[in-house]
Structure formats: C-alpha cells, structure tokens
Design a protein around this ligand. Structure first.
Ligand code: ADP
Ligand code: MG
Length: 390
C-alpha cells in the first residue's frame, strides 16, 4: 500500500528547505490535495457534472518571502525534469513570465503569472508531493492549487475560491498547454472531508454528498502505465465534442439530450456521434450516481460506474488494455459494487467501490490477474487546500 502521511511529508519538506536555503527559516506551509473522480469523466469541459473526491495525498509548498525580488523554487519530485532547482526575477508588467524548460516549472510559473493580486514579492519555496506524478490523480492541479495557496499567504488576494480554481486552470491551459476542464482545480480547492462533491461545471454550484459509511471503501489502483498521446488525444476529444454541439446548434453537449443526438445521427461523423453519446450519457449517469450514493444504494452506484467505464472504452476510446484488465479483475469477485477508469485515460488509475470486508481479496485478485505491477491506495475523502501550522 502506497502513501506516506502528510505529516511526514511536511517534515521532510521543511528539512529540504533548511538544507538548501541555509540561514532562512520557512514561515509559510500549505498543502493541496490530488483527486479521484468517482464518476463523470470528460464531462467537465462539456459543462456537465462530475463527482470527485479530494485525496489525503497532497502537494506541499513550504517557504518564505525574500527581499531581493528573486523567486527560488525547488521540487523534490524525482520524476520532474532537470533542473529541479531554479531562480528567476519576479514578474513585472513589462516582463511577464513565459513557459519553457524545465516543464515542471511551467505549472508554477503559470500560477504566478495568473495570480490575482500583486505585485508579488520574491520568495524561496520547496515543493514536495505524495500524489503520484502523471498517475491520473491530478498531481498537476494539486501543484497549481498549492502554489496559489502559498502566494495567498505572502500577498493576499480577495479569497474568492472560484476565481482561485479558474486562475489555476488558466495556468494549466496557457503554461502547460493542457486544455483541461475545471474539475481538478475545483476539487483541489473545495474538497470536503468525508464527502464527494457533485460539481455542476456550468453553474459551478457544488453539492456535497456524504461518504462516511465505514463498510464502504474507495480503492484506487494505479496501473503504473502512462501512454503518450494523452495531451493530443485530449484536445481531439474536446474538438469532437464542440463539433457535435455545433452541429446540433447548441452551446455545449450539456444542452443536448440522447433523443436530440439520435435524431441527428445521419448528419454527424460516426466517431463524433459516439464521442457525444459518451458525454451525454455520462452526464446523466453522474447525477443518477449522486442520487444513488445519497440513498446508499451502492449496487446502483457501482452499476453506473461500470457503464461509465464501458462508455469511455467503447464510445470515447480513452481506456487502454491495462485499465480494462484492472476493471475486469476488480469486478470478478464478491463484494465489489463497481469499478472504472478514472481521470483522462490512456493509463493512470482505476477507482473501485468495494465492501470493506472484501478489500483484501479484491487487491489480491487484481495483483494475481494484472499483467503489470499495480499500486493500491485505500482512500478517504479529504479536505481541500489549506494552510499548515509549522
Ligand atoms: P497528473 O495531473 O494526472 O498527475 P499531468 O501530466 O497532468 O498528470 O501532470 C504531471 C506533471 O505535473 C508532471 O510531469 C510535472 O511536470 C508536474 N508536477 C506535478 N507534481 C509535481 C511536483 N511535485 N514537482 C514538480 N512537478 C510536478
Ligand atoms: Mg493533470
């Protein structure tokens, strides 16, 4: 079982800071979680619904303000590209930041560039995370939101949480070239202990759904594979969704019913039709699933999860053999309500809803049947970004 406690992570990060910036003492510490989406995949950028949970796994930023106008950053992530330590002057209006190398710093620079108050002072910071990088649990959003939360401590903004999530999304769009929806940044900002959040990605209204039943376990299984293409496939899907909505003369697929789509089938490219069918059916499954969870109907919830997986595999074509194997292995036993790929796809993780009494057997069965090496996380819905007491 993976996952170091956040407390250990914070201690280690403080030590790295002291070792690398001798003579300075960190005065600010913040944490922002990764996420797992229970259902509602590829719906956020279609103004649909999503149902994510904030994880106990977090990105931590510790540091202090400096008076020399220089931003010094260091990440402890071994997977991040070199150099993992860099320095640059604070941005000014005439000298904005721009994306470049190393890639990992773009997420941070994007947040600094789009931060909603200023002028920012210089600062020194160390970044560390126990969210797996590139594992589909949104280490990127947790990094952006942690960085934003750090900046709030040294140069307060107006505290608006929605604007915060939107600024972090903008950072990912403009500096990491990833045209992501709003889910990841939103849940990392708003996450609520013991709850999943039903997020309406059109109105940005949030409805917390309690998830405290001790007999219910959310099991995340990391396939530990990541196929390339993720970025380009993602933008292709976005374009196809727009093409379908345009053909139906609607703003987004949120406004299209399955009946509308079926009636227009002959006017649509076959692939675009299937993409739209996934999105429209997934939006409905997500609101249905939130109702099932509220009434503790876990079998119904699980049935919707499996339907979601099949739709992502067959209509949206963002699954891969490894994720299909993990779902099949999870489902092939007692006490498992449902299982599906989670996140953008092409690797990353599955999420499985399982009875507490069946967790051990389920993990063993997945290990026995998966052709790769999986990592498992039993997770509890946790709070969103927060300031740490140092
Ligand atoms: P995911 O968000 O699913 O983990 P992404 O590909 O969207 O996957 O984001 C992963 C990228 O985010 C990494 O390759 C790295 O560039 C950046 N990143 C995330 N966490 C960190 C970190 N702690 N330190 C440095 N870079 C990070
Ligand atoms: Mg990401």
């Amino acid at each position: 079982m993976a996952e170091a406690g956040a407390g250990v992570l914070v201690e280690e990060t403080l030590q790295v800071f002291r070792d690398n910036y001798p003579g300075c003492e960190p005065t600010v510490g913040v944490a922002a979680p990764g996420r797992v989406n229970l259902i509602g995949e590829h719906t956020d950028y279609n103004e649909g619904f999503v149902l994510p949970v904030a994880l106990p796994m977090v990105t931590v930023v510790v540091g202090c303000q400096s008076s020399n106008g220089i931003i010094s950053l260091l990440t402890t992530a071994k997977e991040a590209d070199e150099p993992r330590r860099l320095e640059f002057p604070v941005l000014t209006e005439s000298n904005p930041l721009s994306p470049g190398l190393p890639c990992w710093a773009n997420y941070v620079k994007g947040v600094i560039q789009h931060y909603r108050a200023g002028p920012l002072p210089g600062f020194k910071a160390v970044i560390a995370s126990n969210v797996p990088l590139g594992g589909g649990l949104s280490s990127s959003a947790s990094l952006e939101v942690a960085m934003y939360t750090f900046l709030q401590q040294i140069c307060p903004d107006n505290g608006d949480l929605v604007e915060k999530a939107l600024a972090c999304q903008k950072a990912e769009h403009t500096f990491a070239s990833m045209p992501c929806g709003i889910m990841d940044q939103f849940i990392s900002v708003m996450g609520k202990k013991d709850h999943a959040l039903l997020i309406d990605c059109r109105s940005l209204e949030v409805t917390p759904v309690p998830l405290t039943d001790p007999s219910l376990v959310v099991l995340i299984t990391n396939s530990n594979v990541r196929h390339t293409l993720t970025g380009s496939e993602y933008s292709t899907r976005r374009k196809q969704c727009k093409e379908a909505a345009d053909a139906l003369k609607k703003e987004t697929l949120r406004d299209v019913s399955i009946a509308d789509l079926t009636a227009a089938e002959s006017h649509l490219d076959a692939e675009v039709y299937c993409r739209a069918r996934h999105v429209i059916s997934e939006i409905k499954r997500t609101t249905d699933a939130a109702k099932a969870l509220t009434s503790r109907d876990y079998w119904e919830f699980g049935r919707l999860m499996v339907q979601s997986h099949n739709s992502l595999r067959d209509d949206y074509e963002v699954s891969c053999p490894e994720l299909d194997e993990l779902v099949a292995a999870a489902m092939d036993g007692e006490g498992v309500y449902g299982s599906r790929m989670t996140g953008g796809g092409f690797g990353g993780c599955t999420v499985t809803l399982v009875d507490a009494a069946a967790v051990e057997n389920t993990i063993q069965r997945i290990k026995d049947n998966y052709s790769g090496t999986a990592t498992f996380y039993i997770t509890k819905p946790s709070r969103g970004a927060h300031v740490l007491k140092l």
